[in-house]
Design a protein around this ligand. Sequence first.
Ligand code: GLN
Length: 346
Amino acid sequence: MFEADVQDVAQLVATGSIPSSAEIDALLATAHERYAATTDGRVADYIPVLGAADPSKFGMSLVTADGRTHSLGDSAHTFSIQSISKAFVYALVCDALGHEVVHDRVGVNNTGLPFNSVVALELNGGSPLNPMVNAGAIATTALVHADPTLRWEAIHAGLSAFAGRELQLDEEVFASEMLTNHRNRAIAHLLTSYTRLDPEPLGVVETYTKQCSLSVTAADLAVMGATLADGGVNPVTGQRVVSEQAARDTLAVLASCGMYERSGEWLFEIGLPAKSGVSGGILAVAPGKGALAVFSPPLDEAGNSVRGQRVCAYLSRALALNLFASAPRVKEQSSLVAPGSHRKEL
Ligand SMILES: NC(=O)CC[C@H](N)C(=O)O
């Protein structure tokens, strides 16, 4: 899908080298121009208030792991973070409890099914399989704290630290989703029946819905992603938000599950850990380098922003960010090859 779309894109930055600020600005401008006229995709409306989003809004922001920010278009437009929150709540839980706890309760494998699938739970004996689908995210949110007030405070403070500013709750989105989140309530009850949720299920769904209703901009998301790219330290504020291990764990889960049932295609073609949300945000992280966030509400069938995916495909290629396209000299420095050793030619 994306390969065909970006076949004409030249790699403008040598693999392994650091692009200049002017190069990044020029590439963002080209990406914006290239995809501004795209009309594919549909705005999500199963959460009623999201259906009123302006499909023409289009913004992007790139923050490097050393804290340089580049933004374009509607990068300061606020929208609810939705499923992108799942990545950061997972990071906070891994930081506090260690990944083993979430691994036992949730898992790290792709379901191959839509993000709000009930069948996926039933097929797997009540295991949500991963923390990026709704079932796994609800189970992960439950691990933050058994007390609902402390649970919300920890999530609000944690996600704000990732963004480097205090994030606000979008009350309208929260109210709209609380009126219509019957499927998530069913999922939480099912998790309880499988003893995968300790606190009261509806209380956990309320916290989960709140975390999804936090208001962010593309610029915020890029800082949040750059914090993961920077091993858990927010490169703009300098604050350590989570451990290096928790940041690494999160990026690994984003690579396998962040784009739901399209995660395989995404990794194959774009080669970056990423997370999408139904309000139209996409965040792609280049470990050690930085993060790119795009906001554009029209979505594909899997619930991923259409323009967002295309911009990421374009910039991953132009900026040589694909993790699997490593430069030969990186290979020589790898600890897997002992210095001075020569592998026998096969
Ligand atoms: N994919 C998403 O962004 C889904 C999040 C949304 N709050 C839900 O639970 O359905």
